[in-house]
Design a protein around this ligand. Sequence first.
Ligand code: PEP
Ligand code: MG
Length: 324
Amino acid sequence: AMERYASIRDLPAEATCGTVIGLHMNAGLIADLPSLPSSGAEGVGLFRTELQFLVRNQMPQRGELAAIYSHVMDSAHGKRVAFRTLDIGSDKVLSYMKPTEEPNPAMGWRAIRVGLDKPGVLRMQLQALIRAAKGRPLTVMFPFIAHPDEFRAARCEFDKAMDRERILGHALPQSVEVGAMLETPSLAFAPDGFFREVDFISVGGNDLKQFFFAADRENESVRRRYDTLDVSYLALLETIIRRCDDAGTPVSFCGEDAGRPVEALALSALGFRSLSMRPASIGPVKHLLRRFSLQEARAVIDKARAAGASSVRDAVTEWISTQG
Ligand code: PEP
Ligand code: MG
């Protein structure tokens, strides 16, 4: 499938209005990294670190993790890799951590909540990331931040890990960026200061959408019930974009929807300038983006909203098809 888009692989995702969208890939294994050059991705917008923990039957050691992260950075050849700290709980359960029976694991003790309540694993992982980066830029993001205090506490763990490395005389990263994943509606309405504090925001659309519509992403009978291009959800996304723009904070979108061409076009028209998706989606998304004007797409969306549509999907898909 990727060969089909080989002719545009090294071209930017530049819409006909001149706006360029950064297309990044999602990954979770060293084996995913060869897709970076073959897909034409600018970097790894989301590196899910759960897999290295899930494939073992005991907690991985710091040294092992540092070697894996270093290998990932080597394989990225200087392209940015946004490492997301452990997001376990919910659908991903580690056999060697005490399984907690939870009635609603997706809303339960998961991700940064585990990281802050039992900070040993988070500290070990942050130290492994810092060691792996030595002399190179490091990008870290924390999953499932629902409140600014959680980001502050996590960032404090990161700063302490940096201090420890400094005291030990180890080489530090050349530069660091520490961001938050916005995956709960609450964070979209955090005080202004929060948006200035974070180095970047990455919208996790899979979780954000499930919590916005209260529709379990794992449940076949409800997961497709609500449209990503529903005006209510677009209003939430626009709020996030505006608040990040006002704070001068970069924002990207990294859920499955980013890899669907029509959705990617709409997200770009709303104001996202960076999308992260499965490598195989980069070609089709770029192909579509390069054929359309984001300004015109935005006008189509606004017109549908002004006319009272509950979803802009029909208007956008009809406009795409009439443009040939
Ligand atoms: C998301 O929630 O959109 C996301 C990117 O994270 P995950 O799919 O791993 O929960
Ligand atoms: Mg998520």
